[in-house]
Design a protein around this ligand. Structure first.
Ligand code: NAD
Length: 512
């Protein structure tokens, strides 16, 4: 086995960094049954800093078996909502109390700027707190036909939920699925992204400390095509909640079809930000910069296409370029860093390839490669292309990095046509001070979520999800509760039983 290659003398390394990342099954950290591992890289020098257990179907079988036993024999699904809620609140408390350490590890593993990783750790705690509150406030439908019938909904956890997550903001996105799945009394098997397995392994300790019963949470690391695929095809996993690329989602749809599983699909995006000529330009420039360059541009809801009305186009581009040029690229652990390093050399290569494509498709005004001071690892300079035509690949395809395409438009109708002119439909942002226009444009856009004069700031009660190639189903608030539960309808007769009688004994007259 090759040595770990992290250049220890060259960069910041968190204290007590694990060298092995293992599965967590039935309350124990374990290796893969076949002993296989994969290398885990940090994104600044692409040094191998750890080896993670590479789960296969035999490991997934063990994890599902553990989760299944915890569901059928353990206390978790049978606890009162208040009791589960207390555990979830304790989880939130622990995550909050360790936010700095979580952020440190997440930033080291993923390349996210530390200040943004800290925000994501706190958001993860908030997800647990939110669902802890929601399940105790939860009411279900009851309906009545006077004098005849009462119907009520008996909401039940479903069983073992398979949770498959991506590498962008991994800990937070895991919390997004773990919190509602657990709150509703399910047991889980989590398969985190292979690029960023570090923070997922921290859940085990947090859950143990918070009092989650044994076997309820299980974690299998590994490649998507192996561990992820085995989870999708496991007959004892009735639910798959997946966040990742649209083409992986398509594959999972097909692979889950023979089992008729419940699927929640949060997929890719190429979200438009439309700036009309009556918009508050200061706010629009700030927001559209943050919208695509925060989280290194590795953000599903990134406003990666900016559509700007012709009358303000030149001014917008000038101001946007000047500000984008000033974005601070730096080491992920540096609190002043605004854009860190992309997660992995494979992803870095993909983003750099798009930048080269962009140079043939638009006018490069900022960036266009690695920053001078950071011409190593997976650093990419914030990159701005203007005058990008709608049929350009950098207009149509998800790049998932710090790269933006700016395109002019003339009328409201053209703005809507351009906004809708991709296969995706996750988010959209509209900047205008005209109330009617704001709502009419929002309604006409094919996107699961629209922000008017706002950045991506989301109230946890609202539905989250995309249309078209961006996903199927919505999570968020009660929609997550609905996904992770069966709503069994129970019907009770109150009055006389009204049965149409088949095979009745014929009466005397009709016998003659
Ligand atoms: P990905 O699809 O490559 O991988 C996501 C997860 O799926 C990983 O854990 C991976 O191991 C697993 N996987 C891969 N192949 C699999 C298979 N055949 N069967 C089962 N599991 C498999 O995505 P990624 O590159 O990790 O993440 C980036 C993508 O995620 C982007 O497209 C982004 O837009 C999307 N995303 C969407 C949302 C949303 O809510 N809509 C949020 C974040 C990220």
């Amino acid at each position: 086995m090759a040595e770990l290659t992290l250049p220890l003398d060259r960069q910041y390394i968190p204290a007590d960094l694990p060298k092995r990342i293992r599965h967590y099954i039935d309350s124990s950290f374990v290796d893969s049954l076949d002993g296989d591992t994969f290398d885990v890289l940090e994104p600044v020098f692409n040094g191998v800093y750890a080896r993670a257990a590479a789960g296969k179907s035999a490991d997934v079988d063990r994890a599902v078996d553990s989760a299944k036993r915890a569901f059928s024999d353990g206390p978790w699904p049978r606890l009162l909502p208040r009791e589960r809620s207390r555990v979830l609140h304790r989880i939130a408390d622990i995550v909050e109390s360790r936010d700095a350490r979580l952020a440190e590890l997440e930033s080291f593993d993923s390349g996210l700027p530390i200040s943004q990783a800290l925000g994501q750790a706190r958001r993860a705690a908030e997800n647990f707190r939110f669902f802890a509150d929601l399940i105790v406030a939860q009411t279900d439908d009851t309906s009545k036909v006077p004098g005849r019938q009462v119907n009520y909904v008996n909401r039940k956890p479903i069983g073992v939920a398979g949770l498959i997550t991506p590498w962008n903001t991994p800990f937070m996105l895991e919390s997004w699925k773990l919190a509602p799945a657990l709150a509703t009394g399910n047991t889980v098997v989590l398969k985190p992204a292979e690029f960023t397995p570090l923070s997922a392994s921290l859940w085990a300790g947090i859950f143990e400390e918070a009092g989650l019963p044994p076997g309820v949470f299980n974690l299998v690391n590994g490649l998507g095509e192996e561990a992820g695929d085995a989870l999708v095809k496991h007959p004892d996993v009735p639910l798959i909640s997946f966040t990742g690329e649209s083409r992986t989602g398509q594959l999972i749809f097909a692979n889950a079809a023979p089992y008729l599983k419940g699927l929640s699909m949060e997929l890719g995006g190429k979200s438009p930000a439309i700036v009309f000529d009556d918009a508050d330009l200061d706010a629009a420039v700030d927001a559209t910069i943050f919208g695509v360059f925060s989280l290194n541009g590795e953000r599903c809801t990134a406003g990666s296409r900016i559509l700007v009305q012709r009358g303000i186009y030149d001014e917008f581009v000038e101001r946007y370029a000047a500000q984008a040029e000033r974005i601070v690229v730096g080491y992920p652990h540096d609190p002043s860093t605004e854009v860190g390093a992309l997660v992995h050399p494979e992803h870095f290569a993909k983003v750099m390839e798009y930048i080269e494509v962009g140079k043939t498709e638009g006018r490069l005004v900022v960036g266009g490669g690695q920053p001078e001071r950071f011409a190593f690892g997976n650093f990419v300079a914030p990159t701005v292309f203007t005058d990008v035509a709608p049929d350009a690949r950098i207009f149509q395809e998800e790049i998932f990095g710090p790269v933006v395409a700016i395109t002019p438009f003339d009328s409201d109708a053209e703005a809507v046509t351009l906004a809708n002119d991709t296969r995706y439909g996750l988010a959209a942002y509209v900047w205008t001070n005209d109330l009617k226009r704001a709502h009419n444009v929002a309604h006409a856009i094919e996107a699961g979520m629209v922000w008017l004069n706002s950045n991506n700031v989301r109230d946890l009660r609202t539905p989250f999800g995309g249309v078209k190639a961006s996903g199927l189903g919505h999570e968020g608030g009660y929609r997550s509760i609905d996904f992770y539960t069966d709503q069994q309808a129970v019907h009770i007769t109150l009055g006389a039983v009204h049965n149409p009688s088949f095979g009745k004994v014929p009466d005397a007259r009709s016998e003659k």
